[in-house]
Design a protein around this ligand. Sequence first.
Ligand SMILES: [Fe+2]
Ligand SMILES: [Fe+2]
Length: 501
Amino acid sequence: MALQSSAIRIRNYPAFDSISLSEVLSALSFALDLTEGAVPGHGLRSCLLGMRIAAELELPSSHLPSLYYALLLKDVGCSSNAARMCQIVGGDDRAAKSAAKLEDWSKPHKPKLSTLRALWKIILPDATAAERVVRIAKIGVTQHQNNKQLITLRCDRGASILTKLEMGQLASEAVRSLDEHWDGSGYPFNATGESIPILARICAVAQHLDVFATERGPQAAIDVLQERSGAWFDPQLVRIATALHESNDLWRYCTTLDQPESLNDTRQAVLDLDPGSAHRLEASRIDQICEAFADVVDAKSPFTYRHSIAAADAAFAIAEGLGLSQERIQLVRRAALLHDIGKLRVPNSILDKQGKLTPEERRVVEEHPGLTRRILQRISAFQELAIVAGQHHERLDGTGYPDRLSAKDLSLESRIIAAADVYAALSENRPYRAGLSLKEISTIMESMVPGKLDPDCTVALIAAAAGWKTPEPESRYTPPLRLEPKPVRAETDMAIVQLRA
Ligand SMILES: [Fe+2]
Ligand SMILES: [Fe+2]
């Protein structure tokens, strides 16, 4: 017989199979905004703007679903270059990405004063003025090479995620060519004019409209579009956007940023445009989306590049070992896949920091489970999943975060995710060591029982892990991005599982 939760079990939520693709992706687009340092709702507003421009173009109707999902998912590859961006600027990658969007980075030999000012705010915050000047000069010299690397990483990754999600070739190619410019000054292929897929050209115009409108207002966004018409942007699309702007048909639900509830209206407008709103997702499709977003989270840091997937495997094993029903196992696995989605807001300068975190950095890290919960709660059928995922850093003795909950508040499902998260953090490779052996992991986890971790969950996990095949340590030590200088061990494994897992 399946076990029941040891604490609160929340019931009467909509069943998983009542979700539409647009509901899930429009909610998860908030996570992509976080990684890019964008104003919340950027993905949604880009979707509205791009679809309005497309309506004037009279694209074949078969292109519309591809465009809609490409606009919502255009930033899905963005986490893959976060660590590299952090390395280049030696500071907050999110701030750097956000600032770069407002600058013309295609002319490094002619930097504007505004570009230098933006760099100065971000670069090497703890270094001397001389060191910062040297770093800015180095960035200027290597900018083309860095741009190509960053954009190629992001676009390839984004396109491959769309392919994995079976969004079709048109959507995937749109994301791959998002940063190409009409005059050939873009990346990754320096493609020109109409050789750039039309959906990519629309996505590029839409995202710039929103970036500039949210920072400087709609008229400034149109001015930038016109200034770069024929250079960055397709002149025909610029004409269409300008005409829509002049007839007041461009910005509906895209400008009232000062009212938080306006985001709900924006999202509803996006859902109303869904070309396949009647389509309900099958369970396997929901799993596929959760796995894709787990990949997005894991790609953010070379330290954690298999973390969410490993936590999901561990959570699945515990849930199965404890005899939970198929429905509960499914919930636990999906919650584990998405548990760290809120980490997309933590800059890599904190996530990848070698030393101890400052109190302010700890505060930023400690916000991530709450953010996970708030993002997932935007999906009607994910209410319980959101709570379980958002409790992965809570501990039975009340020493966890963000809400300092204790045993009486924590369901069996939440305890499973907590144990799985600790196991994943200990088993994964770190730049300074390969993943720990099961014996080492067991010693650490047993020291956390019963105060912090649930004894049944821990026993079930260690029993299951004993049957797993473990690759040789040398072959496991393969972080996808090597950091220079060579990282050193600066924090205990216990400290990592308590805070940054
Ligand atoms: Fe985690
Ligand atoms: Fe976490």
